[in-house]
Ligand binder design. Sequence first.
Ligand code: SAH
Length: 251
Amino acid sequence: MDDIDLLIDLHGEAERQGPGGEAQTRLTITLSGLSGRKNLTIADIGCGTGASTITLASSLDAHITAVDFLPAFLTTLNERARAAGVAERITTLAASMEALTFAPASLDAIWSEGAIYNLGFETGIRSWRPFLKPDGILAVSELTWLSDRRPAELEDHWLEQYPQVATASAKMALLEEHGYTPLGYFPLPELCWMDNYYHPMQARFEAFLAKHEGSAEARAIVEAERLEIGLYERFSAFVSYGYYVAQKRPD
Ligand code: SAH
């Protein structure tokens, strides 16, 4: 098994593949101002097994294209959508977020939870903007420093993992620079990391390691997750995902 297959095995059955929460997705829907609008066209990019997709489909009068490059996650998403009674509102699309083919100015909104980092925040907000209608909404969560200073150990770790980690004010300046008006920002609370993401993952470690006994790659994956969880537990006052809701400024 290569690393991707191991990651699918560790995360594929999970409700979510990154920090987040249903209440937090609902809050971004409120901030977006889209509630009550009819017949919306939305993309959920890097949707994983669809936690946010299903909340969007249940909350808005919308058709949602759920995009991820891992078809295994999309299969699970479709099963969950059927179980939630929202399958007819969702189309899954196995594609890379780097090469999306939505028509120009065709989307009322783009949501993306815990995924834009794969492209890099700045490249993501720049390259996805043409797909939005002139007043379209962008709602993305992104690794964010919660203050202007932080312990070196935490800073060193995240700067190595994701050099674009920055404060909310820096992220909002980028949104403004790239043709968006910020409508709202909030950091995800600790329960989005611990209760919704890390604890369920920790509960899967033992079975995962037993299944892949002897795989150095599997052990390395678990070790890296444990290191990240340990850092978060010690330093959650300094880092989170920020959820940013912004509106495209017409060209
Ligand atoms: N939004 C989901 C998943 C977040 S994890 C949630 O919050 O639960 C990041 C997701 O991005 C994974 O599902 C991963 O498969 C997907 N991904 C990573 N790189 C990608 C790429 N280049 N194109 C499309 N999807 C990608």
